[in-house]
Design a protein around this ligand. Sequence first.
Ligand code: PLP
Length: 243
Amino acid sequence: MKNEIIFNLLKVHQRIENACKTSGRNPADVQLLLATKTVPADRIRIAIEAGETLMGENKMQELRDKDSELKHLPIERHFIGHLQTNKVKDVLKYVSCIQSLDRLNLAEELNKQLLNQNRKLDVFVQVNTSYEESKFGLEPSTVLDFIKKIKSYETLNIKGLMTIGLLDVEKEKMIPSLRLLRTIRDEIYKEGIEGLQDLKLSMGMSQDLELAIAEGSNMVRIGTSIFGNRFLGKEIWNENITE
Ligand SMILES: *Cc1c(COP(=O)(O)O)cnc(C)c1O
């Protein structure tokens, strides 16, 4: 198990490097985040001991269950799943960043809890760039307005935009939803809003890592290619599965 994870990590880093080379980008501008839903803590630990520093969970329950084994390790934990407002307080115990900020009442609740705790939090605004109904995220045309609104919350550090691209066997079908995230970012840049001149793009998964890097990704979120297939019978991009 250990060797397999380490070998897979090497392969993923190689893929990132190759993709950067192909698109003339600096590998230092692309971070790897371990997508660890359903992955037991002992496996995650192997990746951390191999030098990984970023992980993302989709569910509050999993953050809690794995916390005792992971909290002393040098790993930054992000939340990348759909976040229900009533779970904000709990999730904040474990993470330093929420990548799935997708609505105003969630921003309000985060702000409220963060003010109570006298702290700030990194956030990515999640955009539904594939226009799939099954996916969470803001409708692309509403992102600029949304960002202008949440900018007034000083508790939120807006780090960038996140999307789950359209997955397909055909490459040509996967590119537009990745490219769109960059277009939206560039449109935000054009507004020249102070504090919003360096936004990162969190996009790219096991299947579309190379394409995402070619489209400007700064953070790829990889699960399957590192930890193997998840045996759930059902895919969980979101929290539609009840806890
Ligand atoms: C599961 C998940 C990933 C990783 O997907 P893989 O195909 O396993 O690499 C990335 N982002 C989010 C939001 C996820 O839920």
